[in-house]
Design a protein around this ligand. Sequence first.
Ligand code: PMP
Ligand code: GLN
Length: 381
Amino acid sequence: LNRRLEGHGSTIFAEMSALAVKTGAINLGQGFPDTDGPEEVREAAVRALRGGRGNQYPPGPGVPELRAAIADHQRRFYGLDIDADTEVLVTAGATEAIAASMLALLEPGDEVIAFEPFYDSYAACIAMAGAARVPLTLRAPGFRPDLDALRDAITPRTRLLLLNSPHNPTGMVLTREEATAIAALAVEHDLLVVTDEVYEHLVFEGEHIPLISLPGMRDRTVSISSAGKTFCFTGWKVGWVTGCAALVAAVRTAKQYLTFVSAGPFQYAVAEALALPGSYFTGFRDDLRGKRDLLAEGLGRAGFEVHRPQGTYFITTDITALGESDGVAFCLALPERCGVVAVPNAVFYDDPDAGRTQVRFAFCKKHDVLQEAANRLRGLT
Ligand code: PMP
Ligand code: GLN
């Protein structure tokens, strides 16, 4: 393994899911739903497969039907005018979109500012591009971004802001004021901005604001999203990038040599998913809000300090009140102690001490599963 990837050995999600399988514990670690997405979308995938649509290499930027559906989605939810031919790129999940963006847009030695705790692939992709990550730490409680600290973190080497809202793992959702202030800094310092918006439809309080919609951002922002979260098909690995033609062309150049194209039949199905009626999107969000409240209450009763998320399907907790001080040790012991798997937030920090007592639970699970997990966790004290 080369030096760039040192310290990025194996992802915490794979590790904790393997532990869940081994111990038979309830897996509230890795974020994936335990119910698949809409039946009609699955049927659309089967129709595409059977109809010979996408079984051979689809076009590099994505099938035209999906690109059009992505552009329509951006118009419908955010009033954005995106050209389906030149301003959309379909990727193998948001993960590839993040990797291709970093590889396409960064020079070795560039600095990238990202909210810490950060999703693990950010650190690895920045490293693979030979760039340096600069954390902007979100601190409990509240996890609001410190805009003065952001200003201070910008140096002549800063090339790009890699932002995530709704934010995994804290559940922080940027307010319009925060998003506007961050956009103004990006304009002032002529920075590129890559926004990971995979939880765009999981906002329980406030609203999702794509940074690309703010003044001065249209030509400097790469927006990333994915069908995995919004439609509960994390295994399909269909994601996308939208932005101005020049930036999308740059990301497409990198994507060509990573995966060349993304799997065909699922693209047709996701095109149909994106056109689902508004009731799908609100129903999905309302269902997850109820699950958030159910698990938050259960965790509170079990003695955790709960940081109630404004978005995503994760709850970050603090275990200090349980008399615990090490989230990693706590999560490794939890399956044996009470049959539940969670993820220690420490792994999402450059300085593991910063997130030492934080533990993340996913609530994209059936009601009775969450209830059972809450009951088991009550046995801890
Ligand atoms: N970004 C964030 C913040 C995530 O939580 C995830 C997890 N799914 C991804 C990106 C990756 O998305 P995908 O599965 O579409 O590659
Ligand atoms: N995004 C999911 C999470 O945060 C996991 C995705 C993965 O396993 N890479 O749990």
